[in-house]
Ligand binder design. Sequence first.
Ligand code: SF4
Ligand code: SF4
Length: 438
Amino acid sequence: MTISPSALPAFHVMTKPRGAICNLDCKYCYFLSKERLYPNSDFRMSETLLEEYIRQMIEAHTAPEVTFAWQGGEPTLMGLDFYRQAVAYQQKHKRPGLRIYNALQTNAVTLDDDWCRFFAANDFLIGVSLDGPQALHDAYRVDKGGAPTFERVMRGIRLLQKHSVEFNILTTVHAANADHPLEIYRFLRDDVGTSFMQFIPIVERDNDTGFQEGDQVTERSVGAEQYGRFLIRIFDEWVRRDVGRVFVQIFDVALAVWSGHKAGLCVFEETCGAALAMEHNGDVYSCDHFVEPKHWVGNIVDVPLREIVNSDKQRAFGLAKRTRLPQYCRSCEVRFICNGGCPKDRFIKTPDGEDGLNYLCAGFKAFFTHIGPAMRFMANELAHHRPPANIMYHMRQQDELLQAAFARAGRNDPCPCGSGLKFKKCHGRADPNRQAAR
Ligand code: SF4
Ligand code: SF4
């Protein structure tokens, strides 16, 4: 079957040129176990396959830009020459007018001046995995010998900064760091000096296959409510002082949706299936989180990438995100932004016993409900061509009004914060932490 590229949905591919091979041994990593899928492999993408992949990616994109996303395992373990060659092949196959971008996700441990000079010269966008200040980062992000990695990661980040390489920080939220939201946020903002952050929940299934099976999670996984609280605490600081200067992915996604646009992030779209993963040998899977035999959709050596993306199997994978949404989600007030979250995390039952509710539901519901008023305010500012950062003045006014109401409230009055509790049981409690938490 020949498919016109113009009929293709927009898509991107996370490419793993070194497969699951990594220099670290992060305890929660979902990808290290994928090494077992390829016994006896050398886990190195060949130059022939690299060129073929680049040619097919460019051919399959009719949009004026295409992004190559390099991931792992640890993609820098391919060595710098591999990426020099990739850029050369991109230039060789590039159509006039096509913009080509490269994004690479790394643990930053291997970076040196040569890598950073190359990234800067070729406009690579680098994602660095960092889980917070030293003790929180080192809880799970260790090397093959079990040694901590924080100092080596920070060294890599400083090199990126020295060479003015564009980078963002990907922080996973897990049992060891989830109760420290502000410590992490302020560390990333003030000590690392980054303006772009992602907070990705660790929901790690407890099984021996490494696949998305079973309904138990490891003790490293974040709790649902805990994840919601984590996001809320950071949002409450961000919305008062950092709008327009710090960009947190889930906040940006939410503002896009509240403004009437698409989420732009598969987890919160109605359907998915446009974010595929490709292994070092050209095997393509439906998603980076479903690199397992039953979600194999083809190999680009045998079937053109554009046909794989457009295959019935891949389309069915993406549509299932919507068709399998439980009734509980369909009638949920924040479904318009949540859409049931990622299918990989949908393994608990709804209160009425239906399968397929997202493990993180309680956190999503709390978070999206909490940010609604501020999001509506910012969306309205955007709609009137005013900066959403105006929310910070609005929040300040609201806070001052609330403080004044606290000062006037009697002990048995309803708390002005709207909790429904008596003032003496809420913000009027003689507990300074309770007050500060507001
Ligand atoms: S399964 Fe989850 S991560 Fe994968 S494409 Fe769908 S929403 Fe995105
Ligand atoms: S918050 Fe919960 S019920 Fe609502 S859409 Fe998300 S997962 Fe479903």
